[in-house]
Design a protein. Structure first.
Length: 149
């Protein structure tokens, strides 16, 4: 197997997902100091869940991320973890004053929705599937009732 595959105790995997999510009401709030903080925050949180952010773009009103998530973690829970914990970190960083007199904003800074799709794997598209095709052809040839379920 290729070195690009990662491994768990009983499996080799290469699960990459393209994820997009937005701030609440799609406000243009990801810029300046907050933008620099968010990159480090997302990478640290992903490491906590044994994930790796391969590529990411922080736009003023949305976040694009290509993330490798091990199969033992559900994708939705990892994305929820990233959004929830990053919102807490943003709120803590926005507290000003020596005594912390300003309260953090209530609720989350991210919308509840996210768009997720499995990233295409070019290695799988380039593999020779002739063996699989031959096995399927032989199975059809040996099957006495090909149209039955």
């Amino acid at each position: 197997m290729s070195e690009a595959y990662q491994s768990l105790s009983h499996s080799k995997w290469d699960c990459k997902y393209h994820v997009v999510f937005v701030p609440k009401r799609r406000r243009k709030v990801i810029f300046g100091q907050r933008r620099q903080q968010l990159g480090a925050i997302f990478h640290a949180l992903a490491r906590q869940k044994e994930c790796q952010i391969i590529e990411g773009h922080l736009m003023p009103d949305h976040v694009h991320m290509c993330i490798a998530i091990p199969p033992k973690h559900p994708v939705a829970s990892v994305i929820g973890f990233l959004k929830g914990k990053s919102a807490i970190a943003i709120a803590r960083a926005s507290i000003s004053g020596p005594a912390g007199t300003r309260y953090p904003p209530s609720g989350s800074s991210w919308s509840r929705s996210a768009i997720t799709s499995a990233a295409r794997n070019p290695r799988m598209e380039q593999t020779d599937n002739s063996e699989v095709t031959n096995k399927a052809r032989n199975a059809r040839r040996l099957d006495p009732w090909p149209n039955r379920l």
